[in-house]
Each structure stands twice: as structure tokens, then as C-alpha cells.
Write a protein that binds this ligand. Structure first.
Ligand code: CTP
Length: 397
């Protein structure tokens, strides 16, 4: 992943989740980020500094009196020129010290002396997290501008279950990365449809398509990191929705239409990525249909066109459609754009795009065609979000 985050100080405090910080350090380095690790004394009881030194290729700092930096002032020098400080895991004790502005070890004084954003990812027993003292400290940190990531809910090392788990390393990287991306859609509400729909034939069978949902989820992800509030109406997929989206799971096209209509009045952007089944089965059987020797005839009726419905409202949100075509790509997609009355239609080759990790796109709008060369779907989604923001601003200016 290409990320705007280039340099990071990773602070590690004393907790079982410190072992996950090793995985995090590796992930950050693999994504081209220069990582400087600073550990508290308690953290070194869980994982040795040598592990982080090997993973990051840089010496690890643990001691406020360490004079290895050029001017011998590690607490100041280590954060100069860095994009952010992330403390993961952040223990209850560390949050308390941070909330009080203490400078009683290298990591705490470095946080106090920094001139860049500070992220903390708390990890602790669920009762420690819920304790009013911890909650008070976290509220104080938020008020001081610290960005708190998590904790997540689930099974804990102590055997209890609840909030207090460290957010997983890939999500931590996503959250950091998102912070540094341009906020093209700040203050806007985007509604995204994604995935296939499924039209039941009987209790166990149905008509669907090969859409994986990846492009729609990537659009939701890119809109979120661009500062939008996102509602994701999704057909059945195997994907994990991006953190922060309001997710409305649906099955059939009719359900997707209802879910869209329930929120469409409150949205600024409608991005229809779903591969909606064009037909549904009239009178699906509630029971599993038994095989017999006769020809089985299914009666299909057309589904509502969700995008066309939204675009023909008296005051529609800014509408974006996706057209998957297997021939005459730009011509058919442009016809679809005009027929559905949408300002922007994104054309892609059905064989290349559906179910795959990468795709090339052609953006069709009033100005003509804009070609986005083949790339992974999140990269394409980010380019698309920038284009949408430009058109949206021009339209509302
Ligand atoms: N779409 C929709 N509701 C439908 C069908 C399509 O909202 N019932 C939206 C899709 O989400 C996509 C766009 O319309 O943004 C184009 O979908 P596509 O299936 O390519 O177009 P169709 O109008 O169904 O045309 P065809 O299948 O004949 O190519």
C-alpha cells in the first residue's frame, strides 16, 4: 500500500498485547514506513527490545537518560520530523500518566514534547477499561486532541470477554493511513450499495452473480477516509466492512431498494456499485423444490432499478453509477449514464473487474471520458473519490 504516512514513532507499554506490536511493527515497515520504537520498562518485560530492533532495523529506545541521539535529548529529537506517534498497546497506567501530562519516563516525556499527532490504542482487562478512572483519563485525552483507536471487543488473555482488546494491526495501519489522506468529502454523507443481490428460487437456491463486493467496499473505505459519513447497503459478501461505516445488510434487490429509500433523503452522494439482479423469481417456493423428470420453468419479473429511481427523485443526491459491460464499453456505459440521468458513470470491463482484485476504469461525465489505468480497487476508489468530490463541488458551487 502506498501511504502518506512516512515516519512513525511506535510507543509500546506494558501489557500482554505487546506481542501484537511486533506484528504491527513488521506491517508498518512492510508498507514503507520508517518506524522508531520506544518502549516503557514494563513493555520490555513482555517482549525484548531486540525483537523490535530486528523488525525495524533501528535501535530501540527505552531510557530517558539514553544519550545516543545527536544532541543527547531523545525525548525531543525522536519525534522531530516524524508524522505521528502511536502508542500500541497503551496500558491503563500509561493513559493515566498521559492524561496528567507526566514526564516520568522516555515515552511519556516524548508524548509531551511532540509536535505531531498522537494516537493511542488502549489494551487492558475489560474492568480496567470500564473503570471510571480510565474512562475519565480517556475523555481527558480526547479533549486534549489525542486520537483513541479502540479498544476492540472480544476474548481477552485473562479469559474474560469484553472491550479491552488491542485493535488488530491491519486496522491500526488503516486508521493511521486514513488520518493523513486528503479530506475530499469532509462533512458529506455518502450512501454506497455493494455486492451482488440474491433472488430466491426456493428455500435453498437462488439467482445471484459473481460480484465479490470488493469495489463497493473499497468505495466505502475511500469515502470514509476522505472524511464522509458512510452508509453501506450490502448484498451477501464474504468481506469485512470498513470500520466506521453504518452497514445495512440486505439480500434481494427489493430489500436493497427499501434500505436505500430509508436513508436517501439524508445523503449528499449516492454511489451505486452493487451488481443488482435484473430479475426476481415470481412465487419462489418456501420449500426446497424436489427434482423430477419434467422441465422446470421459472417465471422472472424485472427488479426495480435502484439507481434510476434515486436519480429521478425531485432533488436527487449526486449519483454515481457503475456499468460493467462485456462489449462496446464506453458507448454502452455512456448510454446508461444518459438513460439513468446520472452525472457520472464508471465503466469497467465485466470480465476484468467482476470478482477480481484489480481493474481499470473509465469515468464518463459531461466533460467526456477519463481513463484510470489498471490498479487495485482501493487505489481506484481513492482516485474516484477525488473525481466525485471535484464534480460535486462544481455542481453545488
Ligand atoms: N443498478 C441498480 N438497480 C438495478 C440495476 C442496476 O441500482 N436494478 C445500478 C447498478 O448498481 C449500477 C448501474 O445501475 O450502478 C448499472 O448497472 P448495470 O447492471 O450495468 O445496468 P443495467 O441497467 O442493469 O443494464 P444491463 O444489465 O442491461 O447492462
Amino acid at each position: 500500500m502506498e501511504t502518506p504516512l512516512k515516519r512513525l514513532v511506535l510507543g509500546i507499554t506494558g501489557g500482554v498485547a505487546a506481542y501484537k506490536a511486533a506484528e504491527l511493527a513488521r506491517l508498518l515497515v512492510r508498507n514503507g514506513i520508517e518506524v522508531q520504537v520506544v518502549m516503557t520498562a514494563a513493555a520490555t518485560r513482555f517482549v525484548g527490545p531486540a525483537t523490535f530492533q530486528a523488525l525495524t532495523g533501528r535501535p530501540v529506545y527505552t531510557d530517558a537518560w539514553d544519550a545516543r541521539t545527536p544532541q543527547g535529548m531523545a525525548h525531543i529529537e525522536l519525534t522531530r520530523g516524524t508524522d505521528a506517534v502511536l502508542v500500541a498497546p497503551a496500558s491503563a497506567d500509561f493513559l493515566a500518566r498521559l492524561a496528567q501530562g507526566r514526564a516520568d519516563d522516555l515515552l511519556a516525556s516524548l508524548c509531551l514534547a511532540r509536535d505531531c499527532p498522537l494516537f493511542v490504542a488502549p489494551a487492558m482487562n475489560r474492568q480496567m477499561w470500564l473503570h471510571p478512572a480510565t474512562q475519565r483519563n480517556v475523555a481527558q485525552l480526547r479533549a486534549d486532541g489525542v486520537i483513541v483507536l479502540g479498544p476492540a471487543e472480544g476474548e481477552q488473555a485473562c479469559g474474560e470477554t469484553g472491550f479491552g482488546r488491542l485493535i488488530e494491526p491491519p486496522q491500526l495501519l488503516d486508521a493511521l493511513d486514513a488520518h493523513f489522506r486528503p479530506k475530499w468529502l469532509q462533512g458529506l454523507h455518502a450512501l454506497v450499495t455493494a455486492g451482488p443481490t440474491y433472488e430466491a428460487i426456493d428455500a435453498v437456491r437462488g439467482i445471484t452473480n459473481r460480484s465479490s463486493g470488493r469495489m463497493g467496499y473499497a468505495m466505502a473505505h475511500a469515502a470514509l477516509e476522505a472524511g464522509a459519513r458512510v452508509t453501506l447497503v450490502t448484498g451477501p459478501t464474504c468481506l469485512t466492512p470498513p470500520a466506521g461505516a453504518r452497514v445495512v445488510p440486505v439480500v434481494s434487490a427489493q430489500q436493497m431498494l427499501e434500505a436505500v429509500e430509508a436513508v436517501v433523503d439524508t445523503v449528499d452522494l449516492f454511489i451505486a456499485v452493487a451488481a443488482v439482479a435484473d430479475y426476481y423469481v415470481l412465487n419462489p417456493s418456501e420449500m426446497k423444490i424436489k427434482k423430477d423428470a419434467h422441465i422446470l420453468t421459472l417465471e422472472l419479473a424485472p427488479n426495480p432499478d435502484i439507481l434510476a429511481n434515486v436519480a429521478s427523485r425531485p432533488q436527487p443526491p449526486f449519483c454515481v453509477g457503475f456499468a460493467a459491460e462485456s462489449e462496446n464499453l464506453e458507448e454502452y456505459a455512456e448510454l446508461k449514464r444518459r438513460r439513468k440521468h446520472v452525472p457520472l458513470m464508471v465503466a469497467n470491463d465485466a470480465a476484468e473487474a467482476i470478482g477480481s482484485e484489480e481493474t481499470s476504469l473509465v469515468l464518463l461525465d459531461d466533460e467526456g471520458a477519463h481513463r484510470l489505468p489498471r490498479a487495485d480497487k482501493l487505489t481506484q476508489a481513492r482516485r474516484l473519490v477525488e473525481h466525485i468530490a471535484r464534480l460535486y463541488k462544481a455542481q453545488t458551487a
